[in-house]
Design a protein around this ligand. Structure first.
Ligand code: HEC
Ligand code: HEC
Length: 221
């Protein structure tokens, strides 16, 4: 498979080409303008976690995907160099709409692909969230054990369908119908296995217990 090559080798180069193109486009008059003021930052973060976080690391969203480039690394350097945030907005929007031939990244603007398709205002909200946060050093709000639903959404939702948390990841099994007990779920979270990363060390024991309680009590019976 050439996936790992594509994901790892040319990333910095690819991003600088995208940035240069976007800078040119916005310098020229008559560049297509999308109204960024329609963006909803909260929805943008949630959608990023659900649709992008499984493949992309972005600290402000609390995601750790490895398939695609780390967006904090990707945007951090150009941000330091003084590229305007509007450029990051345009690049991100463009990438979601036209990932490019052969890219593993889905086309989020193709109505014939309902699993990936996003409405314009959703695309704008995601691009706004990425542009405002990638490479800024911003961390996600501390996910507390008191709020297992948002903890689940940021740590687990990119891989698991779980209807009570509104997540739709498909890398792991749907947890709507899991028959495991609290102890077993807690062990699975701490130790991972079978393609799931271990969360021991990343989440506190308290958070792991709260998640195990949440998954076993909120699921469908
Ligand atoms: C299935 C994995 C996958 C998903 C899901 C995904 N991407 Fe990507 N993305 C990639 C890969 C791989 C690349 C690098 C290769 C390429 O450019 O196609 C990439 C490249 C990018 C880039 C260019 C970054 C750079 O350094 O070149 C941006 C921006 C981006 N993705 C944003 C997003 C956003 C926003 C979403 C969610 C709407 C998303 N991606 C969803 C895999 C994914
Ligand atoms: C990178 C993807 C990924 C992430 C993130 C992830 N999981 Fe998993 N999870 C998996 C995979 C893949 C399996 C299947 C493991 C197997 O078959 O042995 C799994 C299995 C499970 C199971 C067992 C389900 C069953 O019925 O057998 C539970 C429970 C679970 N995960 C909960 C969680 C929770 C809670 C989180 C967040 C702390 C989480 N997972 C994060 C990929 C992931």
């Amino acid at each position: 498979m050439r996936r790992s090559n594509r994901a790892n080798r040319p990333r910095r180069l690819a991003l600088s080409a995208l940035l240069a193109a976007a800078a040119l486009a916005s310098a020229g008059c008559g560049a297509t303008t999308v109204d960024r003021s329609d963006a909803d930052p909260v929805a943008g973060q949630e959608l990023f976690v659900q649709r992008c976080g499984g493949c992309h690391t972005l600290a402000a969203a609390g995601t750790q995907g490895q398939t695609g480039p780390n967006l904090d690394d990707g945007f951090g350097f150009p941000r330091e160099q003084g590229f305007p945030e509007s450029t990051f907005f345009e690049v991100t929007l463009e990438k979601m709409e036209k990932p490019g031939y052969g890219s593993v990244m889905p086309d989020f603007d193709n109505p014939d692909d309902p699993d990936n398709f996003l409405e314009e205002h959703e695309l704008v909200s995601i691009a706004d969230f990425v542009a405002s946060n990638a490479g800024t050093g911003a961390e996600p709000p501390e996910a507390s054990a008191d709020d297992p639903e948002s903890l689940f959404a940021t740590s687990c939702g990119s891989c698991h369908v779980f209807t009570p948390a509104g997540t739709s990841g498909t890398t792991g099994p749907s947890l709507d119908d899991t028959t495991l007990g609290v102890e077993e779920v807690a062990r699975q979270i701490a130790e991972g296995g079978g393609g799931m990363p271990p969360f021991e060390g990343q989440l506190t024991d308290e958070q792991i217990e709260a998640l195990a309680e949440y998954v076993t009590s909120a699921r469908r019976r």
